[in-house]
Design a protein around this ligand. Structure first.
Ligand code: GDP
Length: 364
């Protein structure tokens, strides 16, 4: 599955947000009870109204949403790359994540201490980014030392790694995160394997006071501008509101949202933003037993999409009977779509589309 690491300075609302994410009814939905893998790791259902619609049409007995993992990564403070705070453990945690959700304090509250003594999310973002850049520089140096001998021995992979590490190093020494480096398609895989912290895509989460949850405030607007310049994304959320919603049942939550003038929980937007940031999409398998959502990367071919369900589906892939989401809904189900000629037999070269309803045929 895909993993988002929640980072940020102390007291910005990370834990509040993480608890809301993992305690919410949606997280515990279906037959996957919310499981705490570790105290700071949570598995969250990806909200998707399409899945409910498909299940209603097919009269599925079970609805199984696709899931995303969130990790609350505490300990990132100024000096963290030099071993202050929780030291290097959190760096290893970030390295394992596909993307970073960076929580920024955009709320004013004299009762809640700010570690830097002022509310300035743009400056806070740069404090954290600086730590990540320093950590990258350090790991690059270590790795280059380890690669020296292999390079002398003519190891081609090592030569490529060193070349890429040098590109990253040059950017970082210039004060820029490694994600600003242009990488050719043929280097993309090796680049990703370097797992540099500052190549991970960033979603800024602007934590605003309750009454700015819908509109944002002047601080979150500054973050929005920064994110646009960097090519990162941002969402506005009130962690306090999300915490309250997570303790309500569905009906109460609906009423609370209406009262606050909000259309949906901020967490839904957060999860969707994470999905977009990671270029993820969803396909569905639908039948009387269950309606289920599956996550794939944009640009995934049918056999690899099948492989998300089971390796055998990919290895023995024959074809995928596919109905577009709109056709499935407009025609009122699989049988009707089939009769209308809207069920396509797709082969190995088929690029799966977001919302496809699929049924895989395979050899065992
Ligand atoms: P963390 O250190 O980043 O994990 O921060 P916490 O989630 O523990 O929050 C630190 C404090 O800030 C707690 O007392 C929270 O209740 C409070 N807090 C979090 N979000 C908000 C908010 O949107 N508004 C206000 N006023 N306080 C908040």
């Amino acid at each position: 599955g895909f993993k988002m690491g929640i980072v940020g300075l102390p007291n910005v609302g990370k834990s509040t947000l993480f608890n809301a994410l993992t305690r919410t009814a949606a997280a515990q939905a279906a037959n996957f009870p919310f499981c705490t893998i570790e105290p700071n790791v949570g598995d969250v259902a990806v909200p998707d109204a399409r899945l409910d619609k498909l299940a209603a049409i097919a009269k599925s007995r079970q609805i199984i949403p696709t899931r995303m993992t969130f990790v609350d990564i505490a300990g990132l403070v100024k000096g963290a790359s030099k071993g202050e705070g929780l030291g290097n453990q959190f760096l290893a945690n970030i390295r394992e994540c596909d993307a970073i959700a960076h929580v920024l304090r955009c709320f004013e509250d004299d009762d809640i201490t700010h570690v830097e003594g002022r509310v300035d999310p743009v400056e806070d973002a740069s404090v954290i980014e600086t730590e990540l850049m320093l950590a990258d520089l350090e790991s690059i140096e270590k790795r280059m030392q380890n690669l020296v001998r292999k390079v002398r021995g003519g190891d081609k992979e090592a030569v490529q790694q060193v070349r890429l590490l040098e590109l990253a190093q040059a950017a970082l020494e210039d004060g820029k995160p490694a994600r600003t480096v242009d990488i050719d398609a043929e280097d993309a895989k090796a680049w990703k394997l370097l797992q540099l912290l500052t190549t991970k895509p960033v979603l800024y989460v602007c934590n605003v006071e309750e009454d700015s949850a819908g509109s944002g405030n002047s601080q979150s607007e500054r973050v929005a501008e920064m994110a646009a310049v960097e090519g990162n994304s941002h969402v506005v959320i009130s962690a306090r509101i999300e915490e309250e919603i997570s303790q309500l049942d569905a009906e109460e939550a609906e009423m609370f949202l209406t009262e606050m003038g909000l259309e949906e929980p901020g967490l839904d937007r957060l999860i969707r933003a994470g999905y977009e940031l990671l270029h993820l999409q969803t396909y569905f398998t639908v039948g009387p037993k269950e309606a289920r959502a599956w996550t794939i990367k944009e640009g995934t071919l049918a056999p690899q999409a099948a492989g998300v369900i089971h390796g055998d589906f990919e290895r023995g892939f024959i074809r995928a009977e596919t109905i577009g989401y709109d056709d499935f809904v407009a025609l009122g189900g699989e049988q009707a779509a089939k009769e209308a000629g809207k069920m396509r037999a797709e082969g190995k070269g088929y690029l799966v589309k977001d919302g496809d309803v699929m049924h895989f045929l395979f050899n065992t």
